[in-house]
Design a protein around this ligand. Structure first.
Ligand code: GDP
Ligand code: ZN
Length: 293
C-alpha cells in the first residue's frame, strides 16, 4: 500500500471482505483505496476498502463463477490497437469499447506501429480515427518503436490512473517508462509460482502525478453481463439515435420504424459499428455473454 505521504507499506488483509454481489478471488485490487492499521513491525493490516468508482473483472475460468478484479478506480483506459501486423478487428475494438462503457471507464484509442504502414494503411487509419473521434473516443497515432506520438501519450497520462490494454502494449509501456519491462517480468514470474491465477496487475507512477496499470497477459476486458436491450446503450451513437426508434425496446434488427437502421443506410452510423453491435447481440442469443459474476 502506498500511503498519502508516499511511503510503501507491506500489508495483509484483515478479516473477510465480501463484495456486494461478486464472488471474487481477490478482495483487494490494484487501484483500490484502503484504510490500514499499522503494527509494531512496521507492516500493516488493510482494515477497510473504499467504495470503488469503477472496476474491471475477469472470470477466473470458464467453469467457475468466481471473478478476479483486475483493477479498480480507473480514470481511463488506453486501448492499443494496430491496423496491421496484426490487424486489430473493429469487432474487437467495438466490443472492448462497449464493455468499457458498461464498466464506466473512458477509453482512448492508441493506434500503434505507424512506422510500419504504407499509404493505403495510413488512409484506413485516418478513416478509423475519424470514425472513433466523432463518436467521442480520443485517438492517438504512435510508434512505440521509433517514439512518434509517445510525448502526446505521456501528456494524456498526467494526473490520471490509466489502464493499458491491447496488443503491443508492452513495447509502448516500455517506451513510456524505460526499464519497466524487466521489472514486470520478474514480479509476474514470482507471483505465478504455484498459483492458479496467472494475472497480476501492477501500478507504476509516471511523470506528472499519473499512474499506469499493466495487466500482463490480458489483452481485453472480461465479459460484462449485458441484457440484450442493454447492448445498444453501450454504443453511444446507436444509443443516441435509438431515441427516434418507433419501439422503446427496439433491437435495431428488423423492427419497423427503426431509426438506427435508417441511420446506417444513410451512412450516419458506420456499417462496421453496426456489424459489431449485431455481433454482440448474436453472442447474447447464443449465450456467450454469460454472467461475469
Ligand atoms: P504485447 O505482448 O501484446 O504487449 O506486444 P509487444 O509489445 O511484445 O509487441 C508485439 C510485437 O510488435 C513485437 O514484436 C514488437 O517489437 C512489435 N512492435 C511493438 N510496437 C511496435 C511499433 O511501434 N512498430 C513496429 N514496427 N513494431 C512494434
Ligand atoms: Zn431501432
Amino acid at each position: 500500500v502506498k500511503t498519502d505521504d508516499g511511503q510503501s507499506i507491506e500489508c495483509k488483509i484483515k478479516g473477510n471482505f465480501r463484495l456486494k454481489g461478486i464472488r471474487s478471488t481477490n478482495p483487494v485490487a490494484v487501484g483500490d483505496r484502503v484504510r490500514i492499521i499499522l503494527n509494531q513491525e512496521g507492516t500493516a493490516f488493510i482494515s477497510e476498502i473504499e467504495d470503488r468508482k469503477n472496476y474491471i473483472i475477469r472470470r477466473s475460468s470458464n467453469l467457475s463463477k468466481q471473478s478476479h478484479i483486475l483493477a479498480a478506480n480507473l480514470d481511463q483506459c488506453m486501448l492499443v490497437v494496430t491496423i496491421n501486423y496484426p490487424e486489430t478487428s473493429t469487432i474487437f475494438i467495438d466490443r472492448f469499447l462497449a464493455s468499457a462503457e458498461a464498466y464506466r471507464v473512458p477509453v482512448k484509442l492508441v493506434f500503434n506501429k505507424v512506422d510500419a504502414y504504407d499509404e493505403d494503411e495510413l488512409r484506413y487509419l485516418d478513416a478509423l480515427i475519424n470514425l472513433y473521434t466523432q463518436i467521442g473516443y480520443p485517438c492517438f497515432k504512435v510508434s512505440a518503436k521509433n517514439g512518434t506520438g509517445v510525448a502526446e501519450i505521456k501528456k494524456a497520462l498526467e494526473g490520471k490512473i490509466t489502464l493499458f490494454s491491447g496488443v503491443g502494449k508492452s513495447t509502448l509501456i516500455n517506451s513510456i517508462l524505460p526499464g519497466i519491462e524487466t521489472k514486470t517480468g520478474e514480479i509476474s514470474s514470482y507471483h505465478n509460482k504455484g498459483m492458479h491465477t496467472t494475472t497480476f496487475s501492477e501500478m507504476f507512477p509516471v511523470e506528472g502525478d499519473g499512474y499506469i496499470i499493466d495487466t500482463p497477459g490480458i489483452k481485453g476486458f472480461g465479459t460484462f453481463d449485458m441484457e440484450e436491450e442493454e447492448i445498444g446503450h453501450y454504443f453511444p451513437e446507436i444509443f443516441k439515435t435509438s431515441a427516434d426508434c418507433k419501439y422503446g425496446n427496439c433491437t435495431h434488427r428488423h423492427e419497423p420504424g427503426c431509426a438506427v437502421r435508417k441511420a446506417v443506410e444513410e451512412h450516419l452510423i458506420s456499417e462496421s459499428r453496426y456489424t459489431s453491435y449485431l455481433n454482440m447481440l448474436e453472442d447474447k442469443e447464443e449465450g456467450k455473454y454469460r454472467a461475469a459474476y
